[in-house]
Design a protein around this ligand. Structure first.
Ligand SMILES: Nc1ncnc2c1ncn2[C@@H]1O[C@H](COP(=O)(O)OP(=O)(O)OP(=O)(O)O)[C@@H](O)[C@H]1O
Length: 310
């Protein structure tokens, strides 16, 4: 569906995207993750041909010279753009018209989506009377009204409460089921973990991870301990010899550990009454933190090696 080969983009002396290769298969739910300023939006804009790469090639649906106005592409920009003084339904119909729908088809699709995203009662209200999260859902509807084959969403989940996040997540899963290819950027590792069948991580303009969640996690092995103490006993760095990066996730204590889990369990039992103990793959969040803080890694070369393996 989308293919980037050796794509590079500079803004003056700043190298925003560096020799980037990417392949998004048709029908994928593709998560594009990375810290602030790593090059996600720049890459998405280049895929859409809103900005031009300095070198390398990009093709979408097999075409190197497609247009972002292509009716088969839906784009949710990071800087949302709606008409504040227009009513919800009117502007959705307008966006539907832009994607080639008749008034009747645009209205039917808009009403259907408004109902699905629990916004039907707002259809005749001006956009400026809606909250930020509600406006975001309207913008999402504007993006999907024309039933695009390819959906590109820049940070679609930012600012949504947990209920609306679920609603949007379900909508994306359903669209994928009906054959739409979805690419979205996010900082939220948990969402990427839950939702994506393919993940690409960009860091300082370079691709550092690319593959299915399972293939990415299995590269790191089961080097993470997850444990919990009855009656909420805490854990400090050093109490489990050989463990590092001890942190509380809100449910469990997690840490990196390379030794014999039996020894770790013995040590944990000295700290408190253990009621949960397991050895797991690192979460995507942990992998992200390890990569985004290269000092924690043995050497930068490790990252490059993982990229070529993946
Ligand atoms: N139009 C521009 N002119 C100059 N520099 C730019 C421009 N657009 C992006 N950059 C720079 O390129 C780098 C990558 O930016 P980009 O917006 O792609 O990052 P991002 O990963 O989407 O970040 P965020 O998660 O914060 O949105 C940043 O250092 C940014 O300052």
């Amino acid at each position: 569906m989308v293919k980037l080969e050796n794509v590079t983009k500079r803004f003056r002396e700043h190298l925003a995207v560096d020799s980037f290769d990417l392949e998004v298969p048709e029908g994928a739910l593709f998560g594009f993750i990375g810290p602030n300023g790593s090059g996600k939006t720049t890459t998405l804009r280049m895929i859409l041909r809103i900005i031009e790469q300095d070198s390398g090639s990009i093709s979408v649906m097999g075409e190197p010279h497609h247009s972002s106005a292509n009716d088969a592409i839906g784009y949710l920009p990071e800087e949302r753009g709606l008409y504040r003084k227009m009513t919800v339904l009117r502007q959705l119909m307008y966006f539907g018209n832009l994607k080639g729908l008749t008034n009747r088809a645009a209205k039917a699709a808009a009403l259907e989506w408004l109902e699905r995203l629990n916004l039907l009662e707002w259809k005749d209200k001006k956009l400026e009377t809606l909250s930020k999260g509600m406006s975001q859902k309207i913008q999402f509807i504007a993006t999907v009204l024309g039933k695009p084959r390819l959906l590109i969403l820049d940070e679609p989940f930012s600012g949504l409460d947990p209920v609306n996040l679920e609603v949007l997540r379900d909508a994306l899963l359903e669209m994928r089921k009906s054959g739409t290819t979805v690419i979205f950027s996010t900082h939220d590792m948990h969402i990427a973990e839950q939702l994506c069948d393919h993940i690409c991580m960009i860091y300082k303009g370079q691709k550092v991870l690319d593959g299915s969640l399972e293939s990415i996690q299995s590269k790191y092995g089961q080097d993470t301990l997850r444990l919990h103490f009855r009656s909420g006993t805490g854990l400090e760095e050093g109490q489990i010899p050989g463990a590092s990066g001890v942190r509380y996730t809100g449910r469990f204590w997690e840490m990196r550990y390379a030794g014999d889990p039996h020894d770790a369990l013995q040590a944990a039992m000295q700290v408190g009454r253990v009621d949960h103990f397991e050895v797991v793959h690192p979460s995507l969040h942990d992998i992200f933190v390890r990569i985004a803080q290269p000092a924690d890694l043995p050497e930068e070369a490790t990252i490059k090696q993982e990229v070529s393996d993946a």
